[in-house]
Design a protein around this ligand. Structure first.
Ligand code: MN
Length: 740
């Protein structure tokens, strides 16, 4: 017990000391001194993680404290981030919720913790490498606030620093992830020191033998290198002191990882990597206007002493790298005949380079499109920075991270990530996963809610694809596909499924020509296409094969009538007259004196629905016999029908619906006040209570008003009337009417 007490006390003291270090560092920074909230966050987190220990056996709270310290001292973030860092594992590992945090610490901190919780773990399966790029994007797109990403970095860095106490298989996985994702991301964010450390730590766990060997080689060569460095730097030091410059100079070792990388990539032995170290000179300069001049003064001193490599001078002062990096790099011949790089930069430049301090996030210009988007984002940041605000430190609050605006990233139910273009739909996802899924996709579930194929997705959506074997690809799908892959596959499938139809249509066409002794000249085909309002031969075959149009003798007759002088028509006439008028009699002249019965039989409908008024059975209609001798049905009150009645009285026929007239689409327009739950009530009433087949439901809401376009498949107008009456009774519906 006594032992426990001492241990406990020692531990408490250690925790307090660790937190005090965070506070001390924070107080020494330029940030506003919000000690109270930081202390409160610390106490809250400590209480929440009480009794919990890390893998290493140390109290859990030491981890959030360490993350807070990294965030504050190695990245340069302020109180909001420090609080979020202290609280970052509270929601995930304890019973506290985001709402609790919001109550105690406000919205901003709660949001950041929520972001961190969202992107924590669970995403990686065995396909870490495949998922890496996607995840990196997800990290950026899903993080509304860049602090989420920065804190994630800090969290990862601390986990890497303490990776030794993890089980080896976990070490391997975490190290791999770090190298794939976090180190490059750190680089992009300009966190160079963190990037290098992450790389070295990952390398150490991924390739322990290579790591140990290179470390050994470095150690072996250290004495020699120190010797050379001393010899090389001594005259420089002397001259710099003579100049009266306040500066700091150090030998810069390449990191173990970068040496290994170079050895691997260039296939050179360790000894030949001549720039294992560089000299870095960091000078203090109060006047930003003199920074550049000082750099070139130092350049002048060094090049007086040593021979300059002709084409290895890099002036990133006049033209900073896009990631904000500024420095003057030169390479000179050292005393032992090796080239040595010297990096010259001011204290300010060094800060940017090492910490990627918040105010200087810039991005490395690289390849590909995403870079250009990043650059747009960076310009926005730059604009904010160029406009000096007294509360510049809070500018993070105004920054929204939306780097990959033209892309979205979605999850599959298995946690796989897919990157898709903006406006991608459920159907795109289906095709992305497998073309068979795409071709048989009937609907989707987005975040567990049922949605149609055409539902547009947002980043972070979880998408499940629902399929049915009876589903067939449809031509109109192409209208809501965003990915080229899906479009290509859909078209290929359609063409394939259309092949038999086209073949059948072609057969019908050839038979028709033979029957009327016609030859398929361009002239004949063009005329037929014109009469049937079809764009090309393929469409003609499709329409014929699919029974959408028929080539009746009437068409043959018209071909002849329109061009009675042509040889073709002569042949046609001779032929048909030879057959006497037997075939002519096949044309059933519609008797306009009698009532025409509108019906369906095995050949389809014996009428067409006018697309101006779209009448349905039950509506009062009239028929109009068109040039193809087909009855087009108009609503009695259709304006076009009145015109037809007036102009073509002889072609009007009275009609009557038959019971077997088939099913028809009707469109209903609904308007009302948007109250919570009304739309659900509406759709539920339609689909369950009345078992009506909904084909389309378009809902738009603007402030309190919503309008809804509903397309249903029904037998007759009575159903629509009933439907409208029922909808009208829903509380909130203001107007409901059948549009067609
Ligand atoms: Mn953590």
């Amino acid at each position: 017990m006594e032992q426990y007490k001492t241990n406990h006390q020692a531990e408490e003291a250690m925790i307090e000391a660790a937190f005090q270090e965070v506070l001390d560092g924070y107080l020494a920074s330029n940030h506003r001194k919000k000690v109270e909230i930081i202390t409160r966050a610390y106490k809250f987190a400590k209480e929440a993680h009480k009794g919990v220990r890390r893998q290493s056996g140390e109290p859990y709270i030491l981890h959030p404290i360490a993350v807070a310290k990294i965030a504050s001292q190695e990245i340069g973030l302020g109180s909001t981030s420090i609080c979020a860092a202290l609280l970052h594992d509270v929601v995930e590992d304890t019973d506290y919720t985001i709402e609790d945090l919001e109550q105690h610490f406000g919205k901003k901190i709660a949001q950041i913790v929520a972001g961190l919780t969202k992107i924590s773990g669970g995403i990686f399966g065995d396909k870490a490498s495949v998922q890496a790029e996607n995840f990196r994007k997800l990290l950026l797109t899903m993080s509304e606030d860049i602090r989420v990403v920065l804190l994630k970095m800090a969290d990862r860095l601390h986990n890497m620093r303490t990776l030794g106490s993890m089980a080896p298989n976990k070490q391997y996985k975490i190290a791999g992830e770090t190298l794939y994702i976090y180190a490059p991301l750190a680089h992009r964010l300009g966190l160079f020191a963190i990037k290098s450390e992450l790389e070295d730590l990952s390398f150490k766990y991924e390739h322990p033998a290579a790591y140990a060997r290179i470390r050994e080689l470095i150690k072996e060569s250290e004495a020699r290198r120190t010797e050379i460095y001393k010899k090389f730097s001594a005259p420089i030091h002397q001259k710099l002191r003579e100049l009266g410059l306040k500066y700091e100079a150090k030998a810069r070792m390449k990191t173990v990882y970068s040496i290994w990388n170079k050895m691997e990539k260039k296939q050179v032995p360790f000894e030949e990597i001549y720039d294992i170290y560089a000299m870095r000179i960091i000078f203090d300069c109060d006047d930003p206007d003199k920074e550049k001049l000082t750099c070139w003064n130092i350049y002048s001193i060094i090049t007086d002493l040593y021979r300059l490599h002709p084409d290895r001078t890099r002036d990133w002062i006049s033209v900073p790298k896009a990631n904000g990096y500024q420095a003057l790099h030169i390479t000179v011949m050292g005393p032992d005949g090796n080239w040595i790089e010297v990096q010259i930069r001011s204290r300010r430049m060094d800060e940017i380079a090492e910490k990627g301090f918040a105010a200087h996030w810039k991005y490395k210009i690289g390849d590909g499109e995403e870079e250009s988007e990043l650059n747009v984002w960076l310009r926005t940041i730059k604009d904010i920075l160029d406009n000096p605000e007294p509360s510049a430190i809070d500018f993070l609050d105004t920054l929204k991270l939306n780097l990959f605006a033209s892309e979205i990233v979605v999850f599959t139910p298995k946690g796989e990530l897919l990157t898709l273009p903006n406006n991608s739909t459920v159907l795109d996802v289906a095709f992305e996963l497998h073309s068979q899924l795409g071709l048989h996709c009937i609907a989707g579930k987005v975040n567990h809610k049922l949605v149609p194929l055409s539902h547009k997705l947002k980043s972070g959506d979880q998408v499940e694809v629902l399929t049915s074997n009876s589903q067939q690809p449809k031509a109109e799908w192409v209208n809501f596909l965003a990915t080229a892959k899906a479009k290509t596959r859909l078209r290929a499938a359609l063409r394939k499924s259309q092949q038999p139809v086209i073949a059948e249509g072609k057969k019908i066409f050839v038979e028709f020509l033979q029957k009327h002794s016609l030859v398929a000249t361009n002239e004949v085909v063009t005329k037929i296409l014109g009469m049937l309002h079809l764009p090309n031969r393929e469409e003609l075959y499709l329409a014929l094969g699919g029974n959408e149009v028929t080539l009746n003798d009437n068409i043959a007759k018209q071909l002849a009538r329109q061009d009675s002088q042509s040889l073709l028509s002569k042949i046609f006439r001779r032929k048909s007259s030879a057959k006497k008028t037997a075939e002519m009699q096949e044309i059933v002249e519609i008797d306009t004196a009698a009532t025409y019965i509108l019906k369906h039989d095995e050949h389809g409908a014996n009428f067409k629905i006018a697309d101006c008024c779209c009448p349905i059975p039950g509506d009062e209609v009239l028929g109009f016999i068109d040039e193809n001798n087909e009855v087009v049905v108009h609503a009695l009150d259709c304006p076009r029908a009145s015109v037809l009645k007036a102009g073509y009285g002889s072609r009007i026929v009275s009609t009557q619906w038959d019971v077997s007239s088939g099913k028809f689409l009707a469109t209903v327009h609904i308007e009302g006040l948007d109250r919570f739950g009304i739309l659900q009530e509406l759709t539920q009433m339609i689909s369950t209570n009345m078992s009506i087949d909904i084909r389309k439901l378009n809902i738009e809401a603007q402030e309190e008003v919503f309008s809804c376009e509903l397309v249903v498949l029904i037998e007759d107008s009575q159903v629509v009337t009933d439907l409208c009456n029922k909808i009208n009774k829903i509380n909130g519906v203001k107007r409901v009417s059948r549009v067609y």
